[in-house]
Structure formats: C-alpha cells, structure tokens
Design a protein around this ligand. Structure first.
Ligand SMILES: C[S@@+](CC[C@H](N)C(=O)[O-])C[C@H]1O[C@@H](n2cnc3c(N)ncnc32)[C@H](O)[C@@H]1O
Length: 210
C-alpha cells in the first residue's frame, strides 16, 4: 500500500517540514541532470498531448526543470505551483512569464475547467493528500484534459530516497492502486508505464463520470 497513513494534522506538519527543506535546498534541484533524464522529461511533456495555445500546469514545479520541455509544445500559459517560495523565485528568474502559485495543489485557486493539462513530475510521492489534490485538479482541468504523473528516475528511486529524506514520502503506486485512486477522483487511466528508470501514468479527465 502506497497511500499515506497520515492524519490531516500530520500532513500539515509534513508540508511545513517539506517547505523548509525545499526552501533551503533549491540548488540541489538544478541541472546537470542524470544521463537519460532529459529524454525522459521530453517524453513526459509529450505525454500531455499539449496543442499549441493550450494552458498547462506544472505541479510541484521545484526549479522548473519540466518547464523547458513544456515550452517546446507552444502553450499559451504555463502555471506552476509549489509549497516553497524559493523554488518559485527560481522559476520566475528563469521563466518570467510563468504564472506561479505558492500553495499546495489541493488548494490551487484556479477556475473550473481552466486548464488543458496538468503534470506532476517527481512530486507525486511528496503530495500526501492525494485524494484532495486529484479532486482539485479534476475540477480545474477541462473535460478530457490530461493528467500526467511521472518520475524520470523510476519507482525504485523513491524507495532509496525514503531512507534519507527528512519528511514522509509515499511510494509510487502500482498499476491497480493508481487506477483505483484515479477512478475515485473522476480520471480514466490511459497509460501505465513502470520501467526501471521511468514511471509514467497518463489519465484523462472524465467529468461525465462523477
Ligand atoms: C522533488 S521536488 C521536484 C521538483 C520538480 N517537479 C522536478 O521535476 O525537478 C518536489 C517539489 O514538490 C513540491 N511539493 C511537495 N508537495 C507539494 C504539494 N502538495 N503541492 C505543491 N507542491 C508540492 C516541493 O516543495 C518541491 O519543490
């Protein structure tokens, strides 16, 4: 079971610990990227099926590693949210036109049906309130909009990371668990890829279903 066993108070406390950690370690999340990661980030951006002029969000953007690859698809707006203000400052320095939101994804205050695609890259393990977060993304994404959940170093990387990370991390879900979680929040899983160094789940927003 990969779902967080934490209470809402524990989640709030863990998010405070994460915010402090990521505010103090911005440079750790800057390039150079490990071999093969640029190609897997390009594949992640492709999985969003973004058409020119569409609106997208990078959830848990960190230093905005994925944004470079999203820009290649010609979106009209890129939003980025993160818990840590120093991460968002770095994103603004690199990409002044990106619209930043300092909040947890579960509280992201964008309008209903306002985005075409959402990306959660190397961040799904950090999101401890997954049901509330997916529920909010389901509201914000348009019908048939795309949700991409990915990790460019794979599921096993999180198993190792958990051993020396000063806050709680969920493991990335197996196929059945990912499907159940997505279904419960109105998403239809269309791709599940679990390669040793690449985790990629693509889902479609099915607003007609709930
Ligand atoms: C490991 S970093 C990954 C950053 C980036 N996506 C990348 O690929 O390099 C995870 C980021 O997610 C942010 N984060 C964690 N939980 C979050 C949440 N519930 N909502 C929004 N951001 C969150 C953290 O502050 C951190 O900057």
């Amino acid at each position: 079971m990969t779902g967080s066993p934490l209470t809402s108070e524990q989640i709030e406390e863990m998010d405070r610990v994460q915010r402090r950690y990521f505010n103090e370690n911005v440079d750790l999340f800057e390039p150079p990227l490990p071999e093969g990661v640029p190609e897997r980030l390009a594949a992640t951006a492709n999985a969003g099926r973004i058409k020119r002029g569409q609106k997208v969000i990078d959830v848990g953007t960190g230093t905005g590693i994925l944004i470079f690859y999203l820009l290649k698809h010609g979106p009209s707006q890129i939003h980025a949210c993160d818990l840590a203000e120093n991460m968002l400052c770095r994103v603004k320095e690199k990409y002044p036109r990106v619209l930043t939101h300092l909040c947890s994804v579960k509280e992201l205050p964008l309008p209903d049906n306002s985005l075409d695609a959402a990306f959660i890259n190397a961040c799904f393990s950090n999101i401890l309130d997954k049901a509330a977060s997916l529920k909010n993304l389901h509201r914000i994404l348009r019908p048939q909009g795309t949700l991409v959940i990915s990790h460019p170093l794979g599921k096993e990387f999180i198993v190792e990371l958990k051993k020396h990370t000063p806050f709680y991390l969920d493991l990335l879900p197996e196929k059945a668990e990912a499907k159940e979680l997505l279904d419960s929040q109105g998403f239809e899983m269309v791709t599940f890829r679990d390669d040793p160094l690449f985790y990629l789940v693509v889902a479609e927003n099915r607003k007609d279903r709930l």
